[in-house]
Design a protein around this ligand. Structure first.
Ligand SMILES: Nc1ncnc2c1ncn2[C@@H]1O[C@H](COP(=O)(O)OP(=O)(O)OP(=O)(O)O)[C@@H](O)[C@H]1O
Length: 907
C-alpha cells in the first residue's frame, strides 16, 4: 500500500499578476526543489500585518517545486519513478491539478503545445508526456528483437461530462462508453474466477506506435482537438479534462503452463485536469457557466472521492465500508483505478504565487493535502495484467488484417473496413436505417404518385403559368415605364431647379441694384431739399428786414407750403407703393396657391392612378397566385413544386412588386417634396419680380417728380431773384436820392455857412478895429465864447465827414450784399452762369439786371466820399428808423430822411 505522492509546483508570477502588482504570498523552502523540507506557506494577511506578526498557513506535501524548477527536474523527480514502475508492469497515473493558468498543461504536455510540429526531443519546455515517450522508446529500442513489446496510445477528453476521442477523425464518431470489464488472463471475459475488474472505454481508439515520434504526432493531434476557451484568467484556457494513456504490452518471461507466451500489460495515465477555479471568479457566463459548472461537478466529485479515501485512510475501519462516490462523475469513474485503486499515483498541484489567486491556491493545497492521505494498492503481476501472446497477436493481427482490408478497400475505393464492435454497432444502425429506408420508400411511393398527379396538374395549368408569366412581364414593363417616367420627372425637376436658381440669383442682383438706386435717389432728394431749404432760409434771414419783406414772407410761406405738400405727396406715394405691393401680393397669393393646389391635385391624381394601377396589378397577380395555390391545395399536392412556385411568386413577383411599390412611394414622396419646394421658390420669385416692377415704376414716378420739383424750384428762385433784384435796386435808388439830396444840401449849407462866417468875420474885424465901439469891447469879452463856437463848428464838420464816410461804407455794403445774393442764388437756378463784376449771375436774370444801376450808384457816391467836407450825419440811426417803418412807401421814407438830416443840420 502506498500513498498518493503529492508534489506542489509554484510557478513565478505571470504578466497579468505583475501588471496587477499582486504581491507574492507563497513561501517555499527553495525556489527550485525541496523534498527534505516540503512545506508550502501562505501568508493570509500579507498586506495588513506587520512582518513580525505574519500569519502563515503551512501545508506539508511530498515534494515542492519553485519557479526555478525546470521541466526536466519535474520529469526526473515526479514522473521517472512512476515510469520505471510502469516499465516493470505497474499501472501508474500522474495527475495535474490546479487553478487555470497555473501550469497544468505546461507540466503535462509542455510549453509549445500550440505548434503542430514541436520537436519535443530537443525542447526544454517539453512536458511529462513527451519525455515519457522519449524515455519509453529509449528503454525499449535497445532491447531490439530480444524484447517483444507493443505500445498503444489513446487520448481522451472529458468535456461537459461528454467523452471525446481526440484521435478519432470521424465526423460522427461512435459514442464512448465507460464500462467495467472482467478480463481473464486467457482473454476470455466470461471467466470471472481468475479475473479482476478494469475500467475500459468502449469505442476508444488505441493507436499502436513504434517510436516516440509516433507518440508525439498522436499528442499533437489530440491537443489540436482539445477544447479551449478564453477566460479572464487564462487566454488559452482549457475547460476540459484530458487523459493520455500509454498501454505497454511486454513479453513476460515464463508461460502459463500451456506453452503460450504471456504479455504483461501496464498502463500509464497522464491526466491534465481542467481548471479548478470558482466559476464566478473565472468570469464564465452562459455556455461557460455550464462548462464551468460541469467542471466543478467533476472536480467536486473528485474532491469528495479524495475526502472519502482520505478519511478511509485515517479511519480504523477495517471493513472498508466507506462509500467512495466514483460513479457520480465520469472523471472519477475514469480515475477510479488511479485514486484509491490498484495504481501508483502522483498528483502535481500547480499554484500561483500571487496574492490575487490566494483563495484558489488555498483550495488547491487543501485538495492536495487530502489526496496525500489516500492510500492505493498497486498490484504488480496480477493475473489481470497478463495477456496471452496468442490473444495479443490475435488482436494485433486482427487489427492488422482490418487495417489491410481498410487499406485495400481505400485503395480500390470499393469497401470500408470495420472492426467487430464497430461492425455490430453499424449493423444495428443498419437495421434501424433499413427500417427508416422502408418508411422512406413508402413515403417515396406516395410522393411519386403525387408527383405524377402534379405532372397532370402542371400540364393542365401550363396556361395559367403562361398567363402569370405574361402578367409578370407586363408588370416588369410597367415597372420600367414607371422608372423611365421617374427619371424624366427627375430631369425635369433638375432643369426647374436650375431655372429657379438663376431666377433667384437675378432677384438677388436686382434687389441689390434697387436698394442702391433707392438709396442714391433718397440721398439726391434730401440733398436737394436741404440745399433748397438752406438757400431759402438764408435769403429769408437776409431779406427778412428789407423793404420787400412782405413779398418774401409770402413767398417763404408759399415755398414752405410747397415743400410740405411735396413731402406729403412723397409720403403718400410711398404709402401708396406699399399698399400696391401688399395688394398685388394679396391678389397674386391666391393665384399661386391655386396653381400650387392644382398641380398638387394633378400629382396626387397621377400618384393615385399609378397606385391603383399597381394595386390592380397586385390584385391580378394575387388572384392568379390564389388560383394557382387553390389548384395546388385542392389537389392535395404537397410536392415541392408548389413551394417552388410560391417561392417564385414570392421572390420574383412579390418582391418585385414590393420593390416597385417602395420605389414608387419614394419617388412620389421626392416629387411631392421637390414640387413643394419648387412652388415655394416660384412663389417667392414671382413676388420678388412684382415687387421689382412696382418699385421700378415708382422710381420712374419719383424721378419725374424730382425733375418737376427741380424745374419749379428754379422758376421760383428766378422769381425770388428778380424780385430781390428789383427790391434792392429800388433801395439803392432811394439811398442814392438821399445821398444826392444830402450832399447837395450839405454843400449848400456849408457854402452858406462859409459866407456867413466870412461875413461875420469881416464884421468882427471891423468891430474889433473900432476899439471905441462898445460892441468891440463886448466882442472881446465874448471872444472865448466865439472860440468855443468855432471849435464846435469844427467838431461838427468832423462828425459830418465821419457820417458821410459811414454812408459811403453802407452803400458799399449794399452793393456787396447785392452781389452776394446774386452769387448765392445762382447755383439753385441752373447750371449756366455769367460773370458780372467778378461775381456769378444766372443768364435767366432780366436784361436790366445785367447792367445793374447799383454800380452807377456806387460811382456817384465816390465824389461825395472824396469831398471830405461833409456835414455831420447819423445815417445808421436813420436806417434803423426806416427799418421800424417798413410799411411806409419809398417817397415817404425819403422825405423823412431829408427831414431828419435837415433837423440835424439846423438844430
Ligand atoms: N512553471 C512554469 N514555467 C514557465 N511558464 C509556465 C509555468 N507554468 C505555466 N507557465 C505558462 O503559463 C501559461 C499557462 O499555463 P497552462 O496553460 O499550462 O496553464 P493551465 O493550468 O493548464 O491552464 P488551463 O487550466 O486553462 O489549461 C502558459 O503560457 C505556460 O507556458
Amino acid at each position: 500500500m502506498s500513498n498518493i505522492q503529492v508534489a506542489v509546483r509554484c510557478r513565478g508570477r505571470n504578466d497579468k499578476e505583475v501588471a496587477a502588482k499582486s504581491p507574492i504570498v507563497i513561501d517555499l523552502p527553495n525556489d527550485t526543489f525541496s523534498v527534505t523540507d516540503p512545506y508550502v506557506s501562505i501568508n493570509h494577511n500579507y498586506t495588513t500585518q506587520t512582518v513580525s506578526s505574519f500569519n502563515y498557513k503551512t501545508y506539508k506535501v511530498d515534494q515542492v517545486y519553485g519557479s526555478q524548477a525546470d521541466q526536466n527536474l519535474i520529469f526526473e523527480k515526479v514522473a521517472l519513478p512512476l515510469f520505471n514502475d510502469f516499465l516493470q508492469g505497474s499501472n501508474v497515473t500522474i495527475l495535474a491539478y490546479g487553478q487555470t493558468g497555473t501550469g497544468k498543461t505546461f507540466t503535462m504536455c509542455g510549453g509549445e503545445q500550440k505548434n503542430s510540429n514541436v520537436d519535443y526531443k530537443h525542447s526544454e519546455t517539453a512536458g511529462i508526456i513527451p519525455r515519457v515517450l522519449i524515455e519509453l522508446f529509449n528503454k525499449l529500442e535497445p532491447e531490439g528483437a530480444a524484447s517483444d513489446y507493443v505500445v498503444k496510445c489513446s487520448f481522451l477528453e472529458l468535456y461537459n461530462e461528454d467523452l471525446k476521442d481526440l484521435l478519432n477523425d470521424d465526423e460522427k464518431p461512435a459514442k464512448l462508453r465507460i464500462y467495467e470489464s472482467t478480463v481473464a488472463a486467457n482473454g476470455n471475459k466470461k471467466e470471472a474466477g481468475k479475473a479482476s475488474k478494469t475500467i475500459s472505454i468502449q469505442n476508444l481508439r488505441e493507436e499502436s506506435i513504434s517510436s516516440c515520434q509516433d507518440g508525439f504526432q498522436i499528442l499533437q493531434k489530440g491537443l489540436l482537438k482539445r477544447k479551449t476557451a478564453s477566460t479572464k484568467l487564462n487566454d488559452v484556457s482549457s475547460r476540459s479534462h484530458t487523459l493520455f494513456t500509454i498501454n505497454l504490452y511486454r513479453n513476460q518471461p515464463g508461460s502459463d503452463g500451456t506453452g503460450s507466451q504471456l504479455f504483461k500489460v501496464s498502463k500509464m495515465n497522464l491526466v491534465d485536469l481542467a481548471g479548478s477555479e470558482n466559476i464566478y471568479r473565472s468570469g464564465a457566463q452562459n455556455q461557460r457557466a455550464k462548462e464551468a459548472g460541469s467542471i466543478n461537478q467533476s472536480l467536486l466529485t473528485l474532491g469528495r472521492v479524495i475526502n472519502s479515501l482520505s478519511e478511509l485512510a485515517n479511519s480504523s475501519n477495517a471493513d472498508n465500508t466507506f462509500h467512495i462516490p466514483y460513479r457520480e462523475s465520469k472523471l472519477t469513474r475514469l480515475l477510479q483505478d488511479s485514486i484509491g485503486g490498484c495504481t501508483k499515483t502522483s498528483l502535481i498541484a500547480t499554484i500561483s504565487p500571487a496574492k490575487i489567486n490566494i483563495d484558489e491556491t488555498i483550495s488547491t493545497l487543501d485538495y492536495a493535502c487530502k489526496a496525500k492521505n489516500i492510500k492505493n494498492l498497486p498490484q504488480s503481476g496480477h493475473d489481470s495484467d497478463l495477456i496471452m501472446k496468442r490473444v495479443l497477436v490475435k488482436n494485433l493481427s486482427q487489427e492488422i488484417a482490418k487495417l489491410n482490408f481498410d487499406l485495400i478497400a481505400t485503395r480500390n475505393k470499393n469497401g470500408i473496413w470495420l472492426n467487430e464492435d464497430n461492425y455490430n454497432a453499424i449493423m444495428e444502425e443498419n437495421e434501424s436505417l433499413k427500417a427508416s429506408l422502408k418508411e422512406s420508400n413508402l413515403q417515396n411511393e406516395s410522393l411519386n404518385s403525387k408527383i405524377s398527379q402534379f405532372e397532370v396538374f402542371k400540364a393542365n395549368n401550363e396556361n395559367n403559368i403562361k398567363k402569370l408569366r405574361e402578367q409578370i412581364n407586363k408588370q416588369v414593363g410597367i415597372n420600367e415605364e414607371l422608372s423611365n417616367e421617374s427619371t424624366s420627372l427627375k430631369s425635369y425637376i433638375v432643369s426647374k431647379d436650375e431655372e429657379i436658381k438663376q431666377l433667384s440669383e437675378q432677384l438677388v442682383k436686382a434687389n441689390e441694384k434697387f436698394s442702391s438706386t433707392t438709396n442714391q435717389l433718397v440721398k439726391v432728394i434730401y440733398r436737394n431739399l436741404d440745399t433748397s431749404i438752406n438757400s431759402i432760409q438764408d435769403i429769408l434771414s437776409q431779406y427778412n428786414n428789407s423793404a420787400n419783406g412782405e413779398t418774401l414772407f409770402t413767398f417763404n410761406t408759399q415755398l414752405t407750403g410747397n415743400i410740405e405738400n411735396f413731402r406729403k405727396s412723397l409720403e403718400e406715394k410711398i404709402a401708396e407703393i406699399n399698399d400696391n405691393l401688399a395688394n398685388s401680393l394679396l391678389q397674386d397669393l391666391p393665384y399661386f396657391l391655386e396653381k400650387y393646389n392644382e398641380n398638387y391635385d394633378k400629382l396626387s391624381t397621377l400618384i393615385s392612378s399609378l397606385n391603383s394601377q399597381l394595386m390592380q396589378n397586385l390584385s391580378d397577380l394575387k388572384v392568379a397566385n390564389d388560383k394557382l395555390s387553390g389548384y395546388i391545395i385542392e389537389d392535395h399536392l404537397n410536392y415541392n413544386a408548389q413551394e417552388l412556385i410560391s417561392q417564385l411568386i414570392e421572390t420574383k413577383v412579390s418582391s418585385q412588386l414590393t420593390k416597385l411599390h417602395e420605389k414608387m412611394d419614394k419617388s412620389i414622396a421626392t416629387i411631392l417634396r421637390d414640387s413643394k419646394q419648387n412652388y415655394k421658390k416660384l412663389f417667392e420669385t414671382s413676388i420678388s419680380q412684382i415687387s421689382q416692377e412696382l418699385i421700378e415704376s415708382e422710381r420712374n414716378e419719383i424721378s419725374k417728380r424730382e425733375k418737376n420739383w427741380s424745374t419749379e424750384t428754379s422758376r421760383v428762385l428766378n422769381v425770388i431773384d428778380s424780385q430781390m433784384y428789383e427790391a434792392r435796386q429800388e433801395e439803392v435808388e432811394q439811398s442814392k436820392a438821399i445821398f444826392d439830396s444830402l450832399s447837395m444840401s450839405t454843400t449848400e449849407r456849408l457854402t452858406d455857412l462859409k459866407n456867413k462866417t466870412t461875413e461875420n468875420l469881416s464884421k468882427l474885424t471891423e468891430l474889433v478895429s473900432n476899439e471905441e465901439n462898445p460892441k468891440v469891447s463886448l466882442l472881446q469879452r465874448n471872444l472865448p465864447c466865439l472860440e468855443d463856437i468855432s471849435k464846435n463848428i469844427q467838431l461838427n464838420d468832423i462828425k459830418i465827414r465821419d457820417s458821410l464816410t459811414t454812408i459811403d461804407k453802407s452803400l458799399q455794403d449794399i452793393k456787396q450784399f447785392d452781389a452776394k445774393q446774386a452769387f448765392k442764388l445762382s447755383p439753385v437756378r441752373g447750371s449756366k452762369q455769367i460773370e458780372i463784376d467778378g461775381l456769378k449771375r444766372s443768364p435767366s436774370r432780366s436784361p436790366s439786371y445785367s447792367n445793374p444801376p447799383s454800380r452807377t450808384a456806387s460811382r456817384q457816391i465816390s465824389p461825395i466820399k472824396t469831398a471830405g467836407t461833409l456835414a455831420r450825419t447819423k445815417i445808421p440811426q436813420l436806417n434803423r428808423s426806416l427799418d421800424n417803418k417798413e410799411n411806409q412807401g419809398p417817397s415817404q421814407k425819403r422825405r423823412r430822411v431829408l427831414q431828419q438830416v435837415d433837423n440835424f443840420l439846423h438844430g
